[in-house]
Each structure stands twice: as structure tokens, then as C-alpha cells.
Design a protein around this ligand. Structure first.
Ligand SMILES: [Zn+2]
Length: 503
């Protein structure tokens, strides 16, 4: 039986009920607003205690960015919390803003004779970084580029030794129609070296190397990157770290101890994933078959290298199709693979993926001087290919590969007097560079393999990785380490292989 309430009581009950509903709504709306105003406390996927420990005490770089494919622009606010570790008081914070070089035809790294037609098929297209405003500790300052290529950004700051300052930049990046590390081509946006990074202080000065056409002139220390990127929901975004956002069109990355943060954005990319050695590997390409091929080779490379040298330090590793003539290009946690490589013989793709994956150990985790000692990472990644082939195709193929790529390169006469130890601006083109620095340079590691034995060389590389992870290893430090493992001074052998013309 249903009991009927008196009319007055009935009205009062309804009023209370409405008040309760209204209060619940306000509390709910308030908490949603709070969630949007405050950074979310996200449990990072699979971050190792070692990486968390390394991240403590590093500089912090926050990016809040919007990507608009219609205007081909990336606008962002970048906040850098940087500590003066130079050992002396500074009057400025100096950043490297590599994308600035693409503003002018004279300074773009893609306008050399061998690259121009591939990178700018429709003629030169200008793009790069413009700094709209800058603040240091909340006070407005006027930054200035100190080089013609706009790659050295000086931000005046009273910056005593060991002091931490907060630099806030508001920037607009125009993305050029350029098939390069930085640019747009065929619906893919390659965003390498887009965000300014703190310059490296060395021997009493900031490193301000030019953005040359041959080689990778980038040098930077590890920092913690906190990146939020808004992009159209139709875009697939490949990045240097794991996306921890659950909102479509908003990407949130927490990249600990990274030397740089790169992105590849495309509207027609398909992503495939697999786990290997506890790492989530993602491969993105326009064609799913290409993504699957990259994924297979990257999975194999991850197994070979992690078991030989030590665990890959980051929770994710991503490969993305790019449109450029470089074959592949490494960034922390992300590599770009050229579409021409995807469509060449399978072994060309397999080699490129194996080489770029090896860079995650040599260049990305263990830093080295890519301008003056390019062999230090490149020759080692070339040598790593032999280990990959040995593991997946057998000892006979490994031997054949060593002959085809390394022995043969030693027999070719190289004009121009360049050696593996030459600075990258000594090289005239990419073919000469890869033959000398990669292949002839790898002969050093083959010689060390004979001298130390394969197990001895692997132990040396594990030690190198252990000692110099997240640091920059100098040639002198590596030479000393090699000598220690060999039980004798090996500097003459390095001089022979790296600095003399052997044939
Ligand atoms: Zn390389």
C-alpha cells in the first residue's frame, strides 16, 4: 500500500531533495574544475627506481603547446628551471634553438647541394622559432640570438653560481615545408630539435657549434621534460616519452632524464605496439605493414642490446615514419625512419632500425660530443649492427657483414684527408661521412674485439654504459676506460684508427 504524504510536507521534501541534488552537482563540478586546474598526479608507467633517482637534481623543462596543422604552427610556453653548474657567476642563460637555422636559406642545414632538392622539392620554405616574450624569475627580459642562424639564444639573467632561475619563454614555431628533421612533408610533421635546450658549458665557454648539414651537431645535458600538447583529435603523435593522458586531443608526457624532446605528428599514421625487455615499443607509419616491419626489427634490436650492454632506461621507445633523406635520426626515446628506407630492400630498413635503436644507448643515454667526436656514438652503432646480425642471422652472416661494410670501407681511398676523428664540418657529404665515421670508425671496435675477445669487449661496453649513463663521456674518458680493460695504454691504437689515414 502506498502512503500519501500531506501536501505541505510533500513540497518541503521535494525542496530538500532539490537542494541535495544541487549541492552534489556543485561539488562534482568543483572537483572536475580542480582536476583541470592542477597537474594530475599520474603514476608513470614502468619508470625504474634508477631513472627516478637520476631525475632528482636535474633541470626541469615544462612545455605547454598547441599544434595547429592548418597554420602549420606550434605555439608554446616553455618554462625552464635551470641551475648554474658552470662553476662561475653568469650574466645570461644560454639556450640552443636549433630550429632557428631553418628561417634563412643561407643557414638552413637542408640547403647543401646534396640535400636541397630532396628537402625542398617545392623550393625553399622558411620556418623556425620566434620568441614572443621572455621572463626570468617573473621579470620581463629581452632575449637575443647571438648567431646569424638564430641557434644561440641569450637570455640576460643575474645567475650566480649554483643558483636556480626560472626562465619562461612564449614561442611560435612556423613549420616549414621541408623534408628534414624539422619540417613538414606529405602530411607528416617532423619536430626534431624544436624546443630550445640549455647550452652545454665546457672548458670555460658555452658550446655554440653551427648547425651544419652533415652529422648531428647537437649536444645537451639530461633534463626532466613535462610536456602537454594539444593537437587535433585526428592526429597520431609519436613522442620522446609515454603519453599518460586519457583525453583525446590532449597529450601529456613525463620524460625523465632526457637530453631533448622530439615529436612526429601525422594525420594518417597507424601505430602498432609490442613489449620487449620490459619496454613498450610503438611503431607508427602510414602503411601498417611498414609499422609492423619497424616494430619487428626494433623488438629484436632491443633484445640484442639490452642483454649485451644493460637495460634500456626509459619505459617507452617509439619509431615513426618521417619524410627526409637522412635514413634515420635518433632522439631520446624516439627515432625517425625515412620513408625511402621503408620502401627499400628489407635489410636496409633492418639496418637503419638496428642502428637508430643502438643510439638509444650511445648518444641518447651515454652522451658524447657529436660535433668533434662523432665516431664515439656513430662507429659504435655501426659496430652494434654486427651484434644484431650475429644474434638474428648467425655467425657466418656477421662475418660477411663485417667484411662488406667495414673491411671494404678501409680499402677505399677517401679524398679530403678526413679521418673518423675529424669534426663533422670537415666532411663534404653524407656518403663520405658515413663511410669514414661509421664504417672506418667501426674498424676500431673490430680491432678491440680481437684484442679483448668478444666477452671482454662486451664487458667494456657494459662498464662504459654503467659509468656514463645520463652524462657526457669525453674521448679521453673512453680511452682511459678502454686502456683499463685492456690492461695497457691503448691511446696509440685509438690514434691509429681515428686520426691517421690508413690507406
Ligand atoms: Zn647514427
Amino acid at each position: 500500500m502506498k502512503q500519501k504524504l500531506p501536501p505541505a510536507l510533500n513540497r518541503k521534501a521535494w525542496l530538500y531533495a532539490w537542494l541535495i541534488v544541487l549541492m552534489m552537482f556543485l561539488v562534482g563540478a568543483g572537483s572536475i574544475l580542480l582536476m583541470n586546474c592542477w597537474p594530475r598526479q599520474v603514476q608513470l608507467p614502468g619508470v625504474s627506481p634508477e631513472l627516478t633517482a637520476t631525475a632528482r637534481g636535474l633541470d626541469d623543462i615544462c612545455i605547454d603547446a598547441d599544434f595547429d596543422p592548418d597554420s602549420q604552427r606550434l605555439t608554446f610556453t616553455q618554462t625552464l628551471k635551470v641551475t648554474n653548474r658552470t662553476g662561475q657567476d653568469q650574466s645570461a642563460v644560454v639556450l640552443r634553438s636549433w630550429s632557428g637555422a631553418y628561417l634563412l636559406e643561407e643557414t638552413s642545414p637542408c640547403t647543401s647541394d646534396e640535400l636541397y632538392s630532396d628537402c625542398y622539392p617545392g623550393g625553399f620554405s622558411s620556418g623556425g622559432l620566434a620568441v614572443d616574450s621572455a621572463e626570468v624569475n617573473g621579470v620581463s627580459v629581452t632575449p637575443a640570438f647571438t648567431d646569424d642562424a638564430s641557434t644561440v639564444l641569450r637570455i640576460p639573467a643575474d645567475w650566480p653560481v649554483n643558483d636556480t632561475v626560472t626562465v619562461t619563454l612564449r614561442c611560435t614555431v612556423a613549420i616549414p615545408d621541408c623534408a628534414g628533421r624539422f619540417g613538414h612533408a606529405d602530411g607528416i610533421y617532423m619536430l626534431g630539435n624544436v624546443f630550445p635546450v640549455p647550452a652545454v658549458w665546457q672548458d670555460g665557454a658555452w658550446r655554440t657549434d653551427a648547425y651544419v648539414s652533415v652529422g648531428d651537431p647537437f649536444l645537451s645535458e639530461c633534463a626532466n621534460w613535462h610536456v602537454t600538447l594539444r593537437a587535433p583529435k585526428s592526429c597520431t603523435v609519436a613522442a620522446s616519452a609515454a603519453d599518460v593522458s586519457d583525453r583525446k586531443g590532449v597529450h601529456v608526457y613525463e620524460g625523465l632524464a632526457l637530453r631533448d624532446f622530439a615529436l612526429v605528428i601525422g594525420q594518417d599514421l597507424t601505430a602498432v605496439q609490442a613489449m620487449a625487455e620490459g619496454v613498450l615499443i610503438t611503431a607508427c607509419a602510414r602503411d601498417k605493414t611498414d609499422a609492423e616491419a619497424m616494430l619487428l626489427y626494433a623488438t629484436r634490436a632491443m633484445q640484442t642490446y639490452a642483454r649485451r650492454w644493460g637495460a634500456y632506461p626509459y619505459p617507452t621507445f617509439t619509431l615513426a615514419e618521417a619524410v627526409f633523406p637522412y635514413g634515420g635520426m635518433e632522439y631520446p626515446g624516439l627515432v625517425m625512419i625515412g620513408d625511402d628506407v621503408l620502401h627499400s630492400a628489407p635489410q636496409v630498413l633492418e639496418y637503419t632500425v638496428a642502428h637508430e635503436t643502438a643510439h638509444q644507448w650511445w648518444a641518447v643515454t651515454v652522451g658524447s660530443d657529436g660535433f668533434y667526436q662523432a665516431w664515439q656514438d656513430e662507429a659504435l652503432c655501426e659496430y652494434a649492427w654486427l651484434d644484431y646480425v650475429g644474434d638474428w642471422e648467425g655467425a657466418a652472416d656477421r662475418e660477411q657483414m663485417a667484411f662488406d661494410r667495414i673491411e671494404t670501407a678501409l680499402r677505399i681511398t677517401i679524398p679530403g684527408g678526413v679521418t673518423p676523428g675529424s669534426p663533422i664540418d670537415y666532411f663534404s657529404d653524407l656518403t663520405q661521412y658515413s663511410r669514414v665515421v661509421y664504417q672506418r670508425g667501426a674498424a676500431l671496435w673490430c680491432a678491440l674485439e680481437i684484442h679483448l675477445g668478444k666477452d671482454g669487449l662486451d664487458a667494456l661496453l657494459r662498464d662504459y654504459y654503467d659509468q656514463y649513463a645520463f652524462r657526457i663521456a669525453t674521448r679521453e674518458e673512453l680511452t682511459a676506460l678502454i686502456s683499463r680493460h685492456a690492461g695497457m695504454d691503448m691511446s696509440a691504437l685509438l690514434l691509429d684508427y681515428l686520426d691517421t689515414l690508413m690507406y
